[in-house]
Write a protein that binds this ligand. Structure first.
Ligand code: PFF
Length: 448
């Protein structure tokens, strides 16, 4: 079965692909923007706690469902179900995740398009095309339509090639380059005036804010978004992992990579905000809210790169190219969820399914571009703030309450013989059964 479905060829291939899905605009655009609008270091602290205490256990639940089921999200969960109601619940959760992935991709493609246009802009500037350069960095319907279409074409082209040749090959190349560039930029920002205040705002939490409902719900959504949970993606990636791999460590490694890159991105962008402020750029409005909102990163970083002189053009190019690739390794995972469902359940040929679904999602992106003020924020909230944590919570309920403990153990033991005596096995089963659903539910109720 795994031969005809495809799978990751190596352990590194999986780590890179899963980390490729996890690391993306959520880390480098979402996390810093959320941190800046939710009280700086207090948000960082809550985010870190939620990422390890709720998102990692839920991530493990999704990986396990997939590796056990060896199929798309719906089929995998139905394989665990023992009666009609459980099968219906499995369909609701699995299909809900697939819809969530499609919704996310519809707004993600627009943002990724911005990254691509900002990557091309330095070249236009270098060869003196001033008007083109201004067009590339100004919000317009035409630019957004062109670049989200370009980005979606790239995503479709990779997914048409399948798991090993497409997803794995692309994901392996990027991560080291991205981390290297982030670290160099952080060191550079560190030398600039205003950075100290930024580090302070990023690292010194105002503890009184950590139970604010808005902050909690945003941090929860961000943690689940960043690990690509509640979207069927990690279930399908889990289904491509070999049975001889140790899922517990793989999951922990991917979580660590993801959280570290978000943390690094914040360490760059929050101080860079204060550097820009010291240079006279207005960042916060009088009531303390962010002036640029979702444009924050696109306002701050070019200011930073321009301050570097001629080198800045190359740094800007490198940074936005890497960001576009990071977005691509996430978007391919989002498209894989719906595609694997249609291919496996409805016997449609892979290439055809990919193109049709990809174009359908592109149509949704275009609709958002044309009604930006109305739809952009709305689709983000529905899919990431509510959809992802809720669906991930149902996955925990599924694993905790429907799947038999002995079957779970048998699945985890493959690739990890001694797991029964580990701390993980002492904590995780009841934690997933009780703590995750209750805590996620509590954050929701608190936010209402
Ligand atoms: N985790 C990705 C990021 O942080 O950019 C976004 C993402 C990918 C969300 C895949 C959902 C998903 F299914």
């Amino acid at each position: 079965m795994s031969v005809s479905r495809g799978g990751f060829s190596s352990r590194l291939g999986f780590i890179m692909a899963a980390a490729g899905s996890a690391v993306g605009l959520g880390n480098i655009w979402g996390f810093p923007t959320q941190t800046a609008s939710n009280g700086g270091a207090a948000f960082v602290l809550v985010y870190l706690v939620l990422a390890f205490s709720l998102a990692y256990p839920a991530f493990m639940a999704e990986l396990l469902i997939g590796r056990y089921g060896q199929a798309n999200a719906v089929s995998s969960m139905q394989k665990m179900s023992r009666n009609l109601w459980q099968k219906r619940f499995a369909f609701f959760v699995g299909f809900g995740g697939i819809i969530c992935a499609a919704l996310i991709l519809s707004f993600y493609g627009i943002l990724a398009g911005w990254m691509m246009s900002y990557a091309i802009e330095p070249i236009a500037r270098l060869i003196g095309l001033t008007e083109v350069s201004t067009w590339l960095t100004s919000q317009s319907i035409a630019r957004n339509l062109v670049f989200s279409a370009l980005f979606m074409m790239l995503t479709i082209a990779i997914i048409r090639r399948g798991v090993e040749d497409g997803i794995e090959k692309w994901s392996k190349r990027l991560m080291p380059m991205l981390i290297g560039l982030l670290i160099l930029l952080i060191i550079y920002v560190f030398t600039l005036e205003g950075a100290k205040e930024g580090f302070e705002a990023y690292l010194n939490p105002d503890i009184s804010r950590i139970f604010e409902p808005d902050l909690l719900i945003s941090a929860l959504g961000q943690a689940f978004f960043s690990l690509s949970l509640g979207t069927s993606v990690m279930i399908i990636y889990g289904s491509y992992i070999s049975k001889s791999e140790n899922l517990v460590t793989l999951g922990a490694q991917v979580t660590l990579i993801d959280v570290s890159i978000a943390f690094l991105a914040g360490l760059l962008i929050i101080p860079a905000m204060y550097v820009a402020q010291a240079q006279g750029v207005a960042i916060f409005a009088e009531d303390g809210s962010l002036i640029s909102g979702p444009n924050l990163v696109f306002d701050i970083l070019p200011t930073l790169f321009n301050g570097m002189g001629a080198v800045g053009i190359f740094v800007a190019f490198g940074f936005f190219v890497l960001m576009s690739i990071a977005a691509l390794t996430s978007s391919i995972s989002m498209l894989e969820g719906p595609v694997s469902f249609v291919v496996e359940r409805h016997n449609v040929e892979r290439k055809k399914a990919t193109t049709l679904i990809g174009l359908g999602i592109l149509a949704m992106s275009s609709l958002i571009v044309l009604n930006f003020d109305l739809l952009f924020g709305l689709v983000i909230s529905i899919s990431t703030v509510y959809g992802q944590p809720l669906i991930a919570m149902f996955c925990c309920v599924f694993v905790g309450w429907i799947w038999h403990r002995s079957e779970i153990l048998a699945e985890i033991k493959q690739g990890n013989e001694s797991v029964e005596n580990s701390l993980f096995w002492k904590i995780w089963p009841w934690y997933t059964k009780l703590v995750c659903p209750l805590a996620i539910g509590a954050v929701f109720i608190h936010s209402l």
